[in-house]
Write a new protein. Structure first.
Length: 180
């Protein structure tokens, strides 16, 4: 059996999309794969961005200031326009050079997928659309669309990779030649 995690991502006006991830625990060097479904949603999504982020949290006892926040670092990113899109695929690579998730007395490192959605404030039925996609009609978008943004974070776990795989990847030589 193959299990998937399904998330209905919503804002105060309804469902923006449905995200299907095939797992939430990954190894260094793996790809995070998923499906983003915009079909049968309440809120039209104009654009989305997904960023793989690490969050470094210092234990409260070791902070210089009580207001000291966590340190967030962004890694790989995927951004797509999604108006009139029924489905899109999520594919983010986890660099081998990253540090896996861990927690200890002094500090902990957590990982998350940080989603940013740009949604239309106008109902889908009021947005411009090509009435017959089978014809060669020209589809013109509106010159402006009233939008709002929302963010959503999904915690994930990143585990160490097989040392043999990491060692072999480090031995790959790369060279770039530029002819001017």
């Amino acid at each position: 059996l193959h299990y998937s995690d399904v998330y209905n991502i919503s804002n105060n006006r309804g469902r923006v999309c449905r995200l299907t991830l095939f797992k939430t625990n990954f190894k260094l060097g793996e790809d995070i794969l998923g499906l983003i479904d915009f079909d049968h949603t309440d809120v039209p999504c104009i654009q989305f961005t997904v960023t793989l982020q690490s969050e470094e949290l210092l234990n409260a006892n070791y902070r210089r200031k009580s207001t000291q926040l966590s340190n967030i670092t962004s890694f790989t990113k995927q951004s797509e326009f999604s108006l009139s899109t029924q489905q899109s695929y999520l594919s983010l690579s986890i660099p081998l050079s990253c540090t896996p998730s861990f927690s200890m007395d002094l500090v902990s490192l957590r990982w998350k997928l940080h989603f940013e959605f740009v949604t239309s404030k106008v109902a889908r039925s009021l947005l411009p659309a090509n009435p017959d996609p089978e014809t060669n009609s020209t589809w013109l978008t509106s010159s402006s669309i009233d939008v709002e943004s929302m963010i959503w974070d999904l915690p994930i776990r990143i585990l160490p990779t097989n040392p043999y795989f990491a060692n072999n990847a480090a031995k790959i030589s790369c060279s770039t030649v530029v002819n001017i």
